[in-house]
Design a protein. Structure first.
Length: 125
């Protein structure tokens, strides 16, 4: 699905945000065959890539928001570049919100529009 995910990410971006994205990122999913939760405790791990993918199409935006749209839920999370913790985001948007919060403590964030497409299982109930 790697190529399919990237094509879907581009189409989703064009539909939601209009125009063509400036960048496209694609990565395989992975599983830990051994060592789940031991890598950060100096234990042995054996990760392996799987035939599932995540693709993100995006571009810098004007304004003061990071807008992330997920095709999986058909929702857009809007995270302010200043004080990202104040955003009211859907449950799937909490992880990128936390990343934005930590980054904002170190650098000045910029506005972004991005579409996320994946065939990985979400892990949300």
């Amino acid at each position: 699905m790697g190529a399919v995910a990237t094509e879907q990410a581009i189409k989703t971006f064009e539909t939601v945000f209009g125009g063509y994205p400036d960048f496209l990122i694609q990565a395989p999913g992975r599983v830990n065959l051994i060592g789940e939760h031991t890598d950060y405790n100096e234990g042995l791990v054996l990760p392996a890539a799987i035939e599932r993918h995540v693709a993100i199409a995006g571009r810098p935006a004007t304004g003061a928001m990071i807008r992330l749209h997920t095709a999986a839920y058909g929702e857009t999370a809007a995270i302010p570049v200043v004080n990202p913790a104040q955003a009211d985001v859907p449950p799937w948007g909490r992880y990128p919100q936390g990343v934005a919060l930590e980054l904002s403590r170190r650098i000045s964030l910029r506005a972004l529009d991005a579409a996320i497409v994946s065939d990985l299982q979400s892990g949300q109930a």
